[in-house]
Design a protein. Structure first.
Length: 324
């Protein structure tokens, strides 16, 4: 009986000691502990959720139907150019999710359906009416939600919140929980602002580009910016590309020296979507420019062969391919 009581008391004592060790980083006393303790013992406090410390709970709705409508408008503009190129006289009108083409004849229908298999005919009387197929519409909505989720996640990283919760809910909602946030207006303004897509030339020729570290840990960005602030050319800036190890999930940041002036901006794009490479099964971003953007892109790439052009969203470098 005595041994049984001693065993229980020992177990209780161990539990209390462990609880104190893990709770210490949450207390002001932690800063006074010796360095060997901080290095060898738990140094990260217990993260309190919304129920214990309050914070912000947000639900964002992704306008999937609006994305399909925008895609329909773009297809309508492209069809006008396509039919004119094939010397077919036709009137193309877009209304909501419908693309109406008149007159209805075999030649027009063949050109449209051969070039746009993801458009489904819904009426073939005196005029042709097409809509984006159900499969394509679902893909557009899913892609839009995934892109919104990634954009929000990157913005939360900039906000510096510990242990945020970000996930999709249902078909078109994104739930965001930010424990401990005391300034909800700033958080909402940061998360909800319009995303800015830019294309900037990488300045690999500047001396400081060779001096920067190949990669850093998340949270060390300010340190790098301060370290090289005096060496960065006036027309340049440093942004960071995020790399995630597919096997371990470990995140690294790669400093990239860029020209401040954007060579191209997202308003010159007519389409951007994620495709899967058939050879390597790797995702890649396929982009299409409008007429003005295509002309400018041609001029920029022709003048900068073998240099890198970075694709940037919200001041985060997503890739920096070499111009061939």
């Amino acid at each position: 009986m005595r041994k049984k009581i001693l065993w229980r008391l020992s177990l209780l004592a161990i539990t209390v000691i462990l609880a104190v060790i893990f709770f210490l980083p949450n207390t002001p006393a932690f800063q006074y502990l010796p360095d060997w303790w901080k290095k060898n013992m738990p140094n990260k406090g217990i993260v309190l959720g919304l129920d214990l410390q309050g914070g912000l709970h947000l639900v964002f709705e992704v306008e999937g139907d609006k994305a399909v409508e925008i895609t329909t408008e773009r297809y309508g503009s492209q069809l006008k150019a396509l039919l004119a190129k094939n010397k077919l006289t036709a009137d193309v009108n877009v209304s909501g999710l419908d693309i109406a083409i008149s007159p209805s004849n075999h030649d027009i229908r063949k050109v449209v359906e051969d070039s746009y298999p993801n458009l489904t005919p819904v009426e073939t009387g005196s005029k042709l009416i097409y809509r984006v197929s159900d499969k394509e519409a679902r893909k557009i909505k899913d892609t839009g939600a995934d892109q919104a989720l990634e954009t929000i996640r990157n913005r939360i990283d900039q906000f510096g919140v510990s242990e945020p919760t970000i996930h999709r809910q249902g078909e078109n909602e994104i739930v965001v929980q930010l424990p401990g946030v005391k300034d909800p207006k700033r958080a909402i303004d940061l998360i909800g602002k319009t995303a800015q897509l830019e294309f900037k030339l990488v300045d690999d020729e500047a001396k400081v580009a060779a001096e920067m570290p190949q990669s850093i840990m998340p949270g060390e960005e300010d340190q790098v910016l301060q370290q090289f602030a005096s060496k960065i050319p006036a027309e340049d800036e440093i942004l960071f590309e995020k790399k995630v190890n597919k096997e371990t999930g470990a995140v690294r940041k790669i400093p990239v020296l860029l020209k401040k002036q954007a060579a191209l901006t997202g308003d010159l794009l007519s389409d951007a979507k994620v495709n899967l490479d058939s050879r390597y099964s790797e995702p890649y971003v396929a982009i299409s420019f409008n007429d003005a953007g295509a002309k400018l892109f041609e001029e920029i790439t022709a003048a900068n062969v073998k240099k890198r052009l970075a694709i940037i969203l919200d001041n985060t470098v997503y890739s920096a391919p070499v111009i061939q």
